[in-house]
Design a protein around this ligand. Structure first.
Ligand code: FPP
Length: 254
């Protein structure tokens, strides 16, 4: 599938989450330091964000740094934080121009001040973006956030939406996120690694053998195409009553 040839008329667009894995192996295969893999990974982020709206994606959540990633060597953690700060500073203007609203989700109390400053500026500047909601997960753990939301909820929950609202507050989101439609992991591993466990209850899973720096818009297009071939039943016997599937069928029928 090439860009711009398929329209996916799901109202508001689908929510895609990506576990961007394989930067280190990409670099290793080329006898380069891991930092080179991460830099190429940042380039891939730019390309994928740019392409996302053309694939009918309304919300894109990228797993950039898990709470478990603090276990990596200090120099690698610092390299990653420098890359995130540079990305935020360099991309903010473009995000405003392109209608991308950016939000960083996860813990904020352990991030360095200069990165926090860049996050605040990027979020404030892109606040009005409506074309794509880009969420970057930093110091994020789904389990820890669910645990924190459960302890804050104090037993006073009417339904799942109530819980999702508290979860949104815990991870500093702009509001409760839509459920995840498609969860992609690159780099050949097939696991969730503590990413969006609540939001992924009904997500379609897609695992790509490509390392993240090689995934790019082509990889994203293939994943979204595969997603639209799946029948999502949400517990039903058929896909009838599934608004996304119905919208696609209507569009196909002209
Ligand atoms: C996983 O590859 C990747 C990460 C832990 C970091 C993700 C960061 C980026 C893609 C770079 C920039 C991101 C933004 C948002 C600007 P790995 O290091 O675990 O690779 P490996 O499994 O091959 O060692």
């Amino acid at each position: 599938m090439t860009q711009n040839t398929l329209r996916f008329p799901v109202p508001g667009g689908i929510h895609v989450g990506i576990i961007m894995d394989g930067n280190g192996r990409w670099a290793h295969e080329r006898q380069r330091p891991r930092s080179v893999g991460h830099r190429r990974g940042a380039r891939a982020v730019r390309q994928v964000v740019e392409a996302a709206p053309d694939f009918g994606i309304g919300t894109l959540t990228l797993f950039a740094f898990s709470s478990d990633n603090w276990r990596r060597p200090g120099p690698e953690v610092r390299t990653l934080f420098r890359l995130f700060r540079t990305y935020l500073r360099a991309e903010t203007e473009k995000c405003v121009r392109e209608g991308v609203r950016l939000r960083v989700i996860g813990r904020r109390d352990r991030l360095p001040d200069d990165l926090l400053g860049a996050i605040d500026e990027a979020e404030a500047a892109t606040h009005a973006g409506r074309k794509l909601f880009l969420r970057v997960a930093l110091d994020y753990s789904a389990r820890a956030s669910i645990l924190e939301a459960a302890s804050r909820s104090n037993g006073a929950l009417r339904d799942e939406d109530d819980f999702a609202a508290i979860l949104g507050d815990v991870i500093h989101d702009a509001g409760p996120a839509p459920d995840l439609d498609l969860l992609i992991r690159t780099g050949g591993e097939q696991r969730l690694s503590d990413f969006l466990l609540w939001e992924a209850a009904y997500a379609e899973l897609y695992f790509s053998p490509r390392h993240w720096p090689d995934f790019g818009p082509d990889g994203l297009g293939e994943a979204v195409e595969e997603f639209h071939r799946r029948e999502r039943r949400f517990g039903r016997v058929t896909a009838e009553g599934n608004p996304a599937a119905e919208a696609i069928r209507r569009e196909a029928a002209g």
